[in-house]
Ligand binder design. Structure first.
Ligand code: PGA
Length: 250
């Protein structure tokens, strides 16, 4: 009953030329797939990529947003502005934002609220570091990340959003969590959401996996019952590989 979703997170990569070549190469390759596809380029290229995707089913996403709507916040971009540029999905709480830019669980929850207020779909990233995993704190860390969102947004917190489990140790490292490790965490996330917002909300929640997903491992990961798609970094910069990942799901 849950549709699958594959999201390209380009991070700080791309150029006007790259974007055009990528999209023109990707679209014919994924013409037939029965899966939702989202591309998240850097802010400055959103309008260009929006135009390139014009006659396709691929949706536009952003990698981050501000909490505020507008005002004296130099360098920030609001969810309102993103919606204005044709964005439908916004990633919040990516581990690079949490780790490199000091975003707390509470700030991430406020960003998620800002995205929801614009009726855009937030992709909430959660995940543990290797230190957390080695110390047996996976469920505790992710539980805290989810609880911050639950506290700020109440019972409807997890309605109409996407959650992406991204173990920090698997991002950009070539290390992939095993399908069993991912499935265990995804089940825990679904249970948390069920306890918080009810069984129906949990049953329809799309839970993605992110962390060194590539053309070779996507099919095995995505065959798991509770893995509803992928958030792809490095491999989303190669149209051929990204197309294979989309096809592994659909
Ligand atoms: P990766 O990145 O696929 O390059 O590991 C995933 C992510 O950061 O979402």
């Amino acid at each position: 009953m849950r549709r699958s979703l594959v999201v390209a997170n380009w991070k700080m990569n791309g150029s006007e030329t790259f974007n055009q070549v990528f999209v023109e190469s990707l679209l014919p390759k994924i013409d037939e797939v029965n899966v939702d596809v989202v591309i998240c380029p850097p802010f400055v290229y959103l309008s260009q990529v929006d135009e390139l995707l014009d006659n396709s089913d691929v949706q536009l996403g952003a990698q981050n947003c501000a909490v505020e709507v507008n005002g004296a916040f130099t360098g920030e971009v609001s969810a309102t502005m993103l919606r204005d540029c044709g964005v439908r999905y916004v990633i919040v709480g990516h581990s690079e934002r949490r780790g490199l830019y000091g975003e707390s669980d509470e700030l991430v929850a406020a960003k998620l609220a800002a995205v929801k207020a614009e009726h855009l779909t937030a992709i909430l990233c959660v995940g543990e570091t290797l230190e957390d995993r080695d110390a047996g704190r996976v469920l505790e860390v992710i539980g805290h990340q989810l609880q911050a969102v639950a506290n700020m947004l109440g019972r409807d917190a997890f309605n109409d959003i996407v959650v992406s489990y991204e173990p920090v140790w698997a991002i950009g490292t070539g290390l992939t969590a095993t399908p069993e490790q991912v499935e265990e965490v995804h089940r825990m996330i679904r249970q948390f959401v069920s306890d918080h917002g009810g069984a129906e909300c949990a049953a329809k929640l799309q839970i993605l996996y992110g962390g060194s997903v590539n053309a070779n491992n996507a099919a095995t990961l995505l065959a798991q019952e509770n893995i509803d798609g992928a958030l792809v970094g490095g491999a989303s910069l190669k149209a051929d590989d990204f197309a294979v990942i989309c096809k592994s799901v659909g």
